[in-house]
Design a protein around this ligand. Structure first.
Ligand SMILES: [Zn+2]
Length: 191
C-alpha cells in the first residue's frame, strides 16, 4: 500500500489537505502534521489519495438514502465490492450502521479473507462498534468524511475516535484518512 503521510504536498491541493487534516479532530491532526507516527500496531494517519473523493461521493449517496444519514462503501483496487447505509429504523436494529451493513453485504458475497487490501469509505467517522468490526475484519484503510466531534454536534456520539479504538488493538494495523468531503456529509443532516 502506498501510504502518503500527512505533510506538504506540492500543488493547489495542499492548503485543502492541511485544512482537512485539521478536521481530523483531537490532538491527532496536530501530531500527524508534525511528525508522522507509525505505531507498532493500531492506526497510521494517511493523507487523502486522488480517488478518495470519488468513492466518498458514493458513500454520501448511500447516506442520502439512509434512515440516519450515514453510508459506506468497501473498495479494493478501484472496484466497489459492497455498499451499506444506516438501516436502524428499517430493520429495527440499532446496530445497522452504514459500515456494519456494508460489511455484512461484503461477507454475504465472498470469504472474509477478501477484506485484505480493502478500503472502507464512510460518510461519518466509524463509531467504536463499527471501528471494532473494521479491525476484526482486517480492513486495511478507513476514509471518513465527518469526524465524530463534528457528528456530535448533530446527534449523540460515543466520544472515542476511530484512531483511539485502533490504537487499542495491538493485533491490527489500519490507515485512517479523515475529513474527505466532510461538509457534504454534514449537510445531509440539514435535509
Ligand atoms: Zn457505527
Amino acid at each position: 500500500m502506498s501510504v502518503r503521510r500527512l505533510g506538504l504536498h506540492p500543488g493547489p491541493g495542499n492548503d485543502r489537505r492541511q485544512a482537512l487534516a485539521v478536521l481530523l479532530g483531537g490532538g491527532l491532526a496536530g501530531a500527524a502534521l508534525g511528525t508522522p507516527r507509525q505505531a507498532s500496531a493500531g492506526a497510521t494517519q494517511m493523507a487523502p489519495l486522488p480517488a478518495d473523493e470519488r468513492f466518498m461521493q458514493l458513500a454520501i449517496a448511500e447516506a442520502a438514502k439512509a434512515d440516519f444519514p450515514f453510508g459506506a462503501v468497501i473498495v479494493r483496487d478501484g472496484d466497489v465490492l459492497a455498499t451499506g447505509r444506516n438501516l436502524g429504523k428499517t430493520t429495527n436494529d440499532p446496530t445497522a450502521h452504514g459500515e456494519m451493513v456494508a460489511i455484512r453485504h461484503f461477507v454475504a458475497a465472498r470469504p472474509a479473507d477478501a477484506f485484505k487490501g480493502t478500503t472502507l469509505y464512510t460518510s461519518g467517522e466509524p463509531c467504536p462498534m463499527c471501528m471494532s468490526a473494521i479491525l476484526w475484519c482486517g480492513i486495511g484503510r478507513v476514509v471518513f468524511a465527518a469526524s465524530i466531534e463534528e457528528l456530535a454536534t448533530k446527534l449523540g456520539q460515543i466520544m472515542l475516535t476511530s484512531r483511539q479504538v485502533a490504537d487499542a488493538a495491538p493485533f491490527a494495523t489500519v490507515a485512517i484518512t479523515g475529513g474527505v468531503l466532510a461538509s457534504e456529509a454534514l449537510a445531509l443532516f440539514q435535509k
